[in-house]
Write a protein that binds this ligand. Structure first.
Ligand code: DGL
Length: 269
């Protein structure tokens, strides 16, 4: 029995780690589309097609429920997949909604009209494709009024992480935070809108300053998945757990082991 977790590469491991901690009895099948990462520089049709294929692979692996642990895929593909109709008994969840519910102090599934919230100035850090989609702003507008969002497309960060070049990734984060601060000098909150970025959360926090509250998704998604599975216990699937990649399994395993600080072994998807 396994729930599918999908990302373009290693970023979804930040979500996997949190859901494994929150749900120790649930098994997971992780899929990293490493051969096609990064998604964040692709157009929406391309991201949709790659996501559709990856999710189909997880369904083939016996998963009934797949979490898109990738904001870029959630922005470009989630609504389109759901509107296009999913196979009988299959479900796909994204990562935006739990984050926006936390930011807007809402309980799960609170569909009341948008209202004023505490936080007024929000910095959004995400991939170029997620920023271009404006999906974050759209989801936020359904729930909150009067929130000023300044988005910073963080080109290069995902590539550097996938290559294991954390010195470059850190330097890029600092320069993206500087660029954001030129547009919004005093954000109250910052959203890490890419599942790769929690691997550099300390760098974001340091560059932003201690008075900026940094929201990252892993624990929020874990809580929301726990809640979903409590309400839908039949969605645990039939497949075997494991780690699949479209890239080089040896290389991807080494990086994953380095990031999670425990042995992770990928096999070819
Ligand atoms: N982790 C993905 C996200 O959350 C990265 C996308 C990419 O491959 O650029 O957006």
């Amino acid at each position: 029995m396994a729930v599918g977790i999908f990302d373009s590469g290693l970023g979804g491991l930040t979500v996997l780690n949190a859901v494994q901690r929150r749900l120790p009895d649930v098994e997971f099948l992780y899929f990293a589309d490493s051969a096609n990462a990064p998604y964040g520089v692709r157009d929406a049709d391309d991201v949709f097609e790659l996501t559709r294929r990856a999710v189909a692979r997880l369904w083939e692996g016996g998963c009934d429920l797949v979490v898109l642990a990738c904001n870029t895929a959630s922005a470009a593909a989630l609504r389109r997949m759901q509107e296009g109709g999913l196979p009988q008994g299959k479900r796909v969840l994204g990562v935006f909604v739990p984050l926006i519910e936390a930011l807007t102090e809402r309980q799960w599934g609170d569909n009341s009209p948008p209202r004023e919230v505490e936080v007024k100035h929000v910095a959004l850090f995400a991939t170029p494709a997620t920023v271009a989609s404006r999906a974050f702003q759209r989801e936020l507008a359904f729930r909150a009024i009067g929130v000023d969002v300044e988005a910073q497309a963080c080109g290069g960060v995902v590539d550097a992480i996938e290559e294991g070049d954390m010195i470059l990734a850190e330097a890029l984060v600092r320069s993206h935070v500087d660029a954001l601060k030129r547009k919004m000098p005093h954000p109250q909150a910052a959203v890490l809108g890419c599942t790769h970025y929690p691997l550099l959360e300390g760098t974001f926090q340091d560059a932003l300053g201690a008075d900026v509250k940094v929201f990252s998704q892993a624990n929020l998604v874990a809580e929301s998945l726990a809640d979903y599975l409590k309400r839908h216990p039949g969605m645990l699937g039939r497949g075997a757990p494991g780690y699949l990649t479209t890239g080089n399994p040896g290389r991807v395993s080494d990086r994953a082991t380095q990031f999670l600080r425990r042995e992770i072994r990928f096999s070819a998807a």
